[in-house]
Design a protein. Sequence first.
Length: 282
Amino acid sequence: MYDRDWAPEGLPGFAREVEALGADDLWVVEDLGWPGGVSAASVALGATERLRVGIGIMPAPLRSPALLAMEVATLARVFPGRLVAGIGHGVQEWMASVGVAARSPLALLEETITSVRALLRGGRVEMDGREVRLDGVELVHPPAEPPPLVAGVVRPRSLELSGRVADGTLIAEGHGPRDLESARALIDKGGATADHTLTVFAFCCVGDDADQVTQALRPQVEGQSAWLGRPAEQVFTVSGTAVEAAGQVRELAEAGADTVVLRMAGPEPVRQLGTILKALGR
């Protein structure tokens, strides 16, 4: 992940370094007040040749589904096969602060993903939903290869929703292997197909000094502990030595993660990533 706190002008060089190391994906973030997700994805895609770029996540209340489909379609046509578009509820306090809080966040997310998927597949969309209204909208240039739409969600009803309407689910930082098994059960309950993917964000720091690693991760772990409502020691991280971190990545994969996105803490994030990839045999 290119962390939201890192200056946007550093993104092109970081993307090229990550690609040169052999990583599969680079994910960018969209949070209110930080850099925009679509523009950041455009920068990362344009700076690289092979990397798949994920947007995690675009809050549904901030854009109409028509505009969201237009933006995603443009990137998908210029960079076919290299985009993953994440959509979520958005932080409700942030959405309220800009006057776009949904009456029904669940309905808005479901109607947004459903209509955006249909538009990206070249359909003419009519929708008169609880939150979304589209009157015969269609894209002039839909992509030949529609990118996957993944739902960035946490709570049980939203996980079921993701299984019902999305191509994959994005799981927030702090969730470990047992959490993934529970999430997959809810996603499957929603009716997910066999190719529904699971992408997991994980706070990460590697080094030989355990105390330094713990200190580097402390702000992220404490913040996520409060957000998830669980003790700090139950916030899962990919951390320790490079070999230990590689083992934790494998644990997530064995629990069902198709993609593990590392959100680095501490100095020299590219160097840290390189040591983990090496420990993974990449």
